[in-house]
Design a protein around this ligand. Structure first.
Ligand code: PMP
Length: 415
C-alpha cells in the first residue's frame, strides 16, 4: 500500500490543510474523528467560520437598500461573492449567477420558472438513472402539471450512463436534459460536455446538477456550454442555506420571476409591478447574507489550495481506498465507473448498512448509510441501501486505513 506522502501531489500538505478545519480535531466516542461524509456536507475551514463571524460582529446590516456605512459594507461583501463565483465557474458575467438556497432550489427555480413557461403537453424532459431526488422530483412535478413526459437515461453495471440509449431518447419533443455532473450515490463523473452537445444538437436545453462536482473539480460553464448549472455552498466548504444557479443571460431574461417580494422589483403599484434586472429579478426578499459572505470565503479557500491539486489528491485517495476496500471479503463496491470522484459506496454480504454505520460510529468513523436520496439507484442495483464513505481534500490514507480496520471489526461482530 502506498503511504500518505506518496499519494499527495507536489505542494499539497494535507496535515496543514487539516489544521484549517477545527471540527476535525475532536474525538468521537473516545476515538479521533474520521469524517467520511463530505458528500452530505463538507466541513468548514476557519476562513469561512471567521468570515461569517466578522460579518455579524462588524458589518451586520441588510443589503442593497441602505445608504449607511454598514449596509454599504455588507452589500459589497455579499456582492463580492458573486464576482468570486464568476471566476470559480467561469461565467461570462456575474449577473447570470443567482444566489439560491442550494442545488435543490436552483433546480426548482428552473423547473418552475423556465418549465412553466416553456413546457407543453407532450413535451419531454430527460433525466438520468443516477439522479438525486432533487433532480427527479421537480421535473416529475412539472411533467405532471403539464402532461409532459419524463424520460430516463439508463446506466450500465458500473454506474455509467449509456450514451447510445440517451441518443435514442433525444427527439423533437425534448425540451430539457437535466443530469448530475457527479453522482452522489455512485461517484460517477458523467461526460457532461458530450451530454450537453448531444442535447443542443436535438434543440434541447440542459441543466447540470453540480452539487458533487464543484467541491472536487474545475467547473467551467462556458467550456461546458451548460444552459443552467447549479451548486450548493455547503458542499464546497461553505455554509448551508446558500448556493448558486448559473443560467445563460438570454434564458434568464426570458424567464418569469420565481418568487415575488422585495428586491426583485423595479416599481410596484397595485395595478402593475415591473421587475428588476438580473440577477435580482430572481432574488426576492432578504437573502442569506452571512451565508453568501461565507461562501465567498470558501471559494477563495478552494482557489488558494488549487482546484486541480484538490482533484489530483482526491483521485489518489480514491485509488488507495478502492484497493484497500477490496481486501475485505464479501464487500462489493456499488459504482465502479472508469471516471469517478472520491465516493466509495459499498455493501457487505449479510450485514445491513445501518449496522455497519452504527459500529463504525462507535469507532469515531462517520459514514452515511441509506439510499442517499437516490432511491432509483438503489433499486437499479437491487440493494435497499449502501454504506458510503465520501472523501474530501482533508482526508488521509490513514483515515482510509481506519475505515478498513473498522470494517474488519464489523465483520467480526456480525459473522
Ligand atoms: N444533487 C446531488 C448530486 C447531491 O448530492 C445533492 C445533495 N446531497 C443535491 C443535489 C441537493 O443538494 P442540496 O441539498 O444542497 O440542495
Amino acid at each position: 500500500m502506498s503511504t500518505l506522502s506518496s499519494v499527495a501531489p507536489a505542494g499539497f500538505d494535507v496535515e496543514k490543510i487539516r489544521e484549517d478545519f477545527p471540527v476535525l480535531k475532536q474525538k468521537v466516542h473516545g476515538m479521533p474523528l474520521v469524517y467520511l461524509d463530505s458528500a452530505a456536507t463538507a466541513q468548514k475551514p476557519f476562513a469561512v467560520i471567521d468570515a461569517i463571524r466578522r460579518f455579524h460582529e462588524v458589518d451586520c446590516a441588510n443589503i442593497h437598500r441602505g445608504v449607511h456605512e454598514l449596509s454599504q459594507r455588507s452589500t459589497a461583501a455579499y456582492e463580492e461573492t458573486r464576482s468570486k463565483a464568476k471566476r470559480f465557474l467561469n461565467s461570462r458575467t456575474k449577473n447570470e449567477l443567482i444566489f439560491v438556497r442550494g442545488t435543490t432550489e436552483g433546480i426548482n427555480l428552473v423547473s418552475s420558472s423556465w418549465g412553466r413557461k416553456n413546457v407543453k403537453a407532450g413535451d419531454e424532459i430527460i433525466i438520468s438513472a443516477m439522479e438525486h431526488h432533487s433532480n427527479i422530483v421537480p421535473w416529475q412535478m412539472l411533467c405532471e402539471e403539464k402532461e409532459a413526459k419524463l424520460r430516463v437515461i439508463p446506466m450500465n453495471d458500473r454506474g455509467e450512463l449509456i450514451l447510445e440509449e440517451y441518443e435514442k431518447l433525444l427527439g423533437p419533443r425534448t425540451r430539457m436534459v437535466a443530469v448530475a455532473h457527479v453522482s452522489n450515490a455512485l461517484g460517477t463523473i458523467n461526460p457532461v460536455r458530450q451530454i450537453i452537445e448531444m442535447a443542443h444538437r436535438a434543440g434541447a436545453l440542459t441543466l447540470i446538477d453540480g452539487a458533487q462536482a464543484a467541491p472536487h473539480m474545475r467547473v467551467d460553464v462556458q467550456a461546458l456550454d451548460a444552459d443552467f448549472y447549479t451548486m450548493s455552498g455547503h458542499k464546497v466548504f461553505g455554509p448551508t442555506g446558500i448556493g448558486i444557479l448559473y443560467g445563460k443571460t438570454k434564458l434568464l431574461n426570458a424567464m418569469p420571476p420565481y418568487q415575488g417580494g422585495g428586491d426583485m422589483i423595479r416599481t410596484v403599484t397595485f395595478e402593475k409591478t415591473t421587475y428588476n434586472d438580473l440577477p435580482y429579478k430572481f432574488e426576492a426578499g432578504t437573502p442569506n447574507i452571512a451565508g453568501g459572505i461565507g461562501l465567498g470565503a470558501a471559494l477563495d479557500y478552494m482557489t488558494q489550495i488549487g482546484i486541480d491539486r484538490i482533484s489530483a489528491y482526491e483521485h489518489e485517495l480514491l485509488l488507495y481506498g478502492t484497493e484497500a476496500l477490496s481486501e475485505i471479503p464479501g464487500l462489493k463496491l456499488i459504482g465502479t465507473a472508469r471516471e469517478k470522484a472520491a465516493v466509495l459506496s459499498f455493501v457487505i454480504e449479510g450485514i445491513h448498512p445501518h449496522d455497519i454505520g452504527t459500529v463504525l460510529d462507535r469507532q469515531g468513523i462517520a459514514v452515511r448509510t441509506g439510499h442517499h436520496c437516490a432511491q432509483p439507484v438503489m433499486d437499479w442495483f437491487h440493494v435497499p441501501a449502501t454504506t458510503r464513505a465520501s472523501l474530501a481534500l482533508y482526508n488521509t490514507t490513514a483515515e482510509i486505513d481506519a475505515l478498513v480496520d473498522g470494517l474488519k471489526k464489523v465483520k467480526e461482530m456480525f459473522s
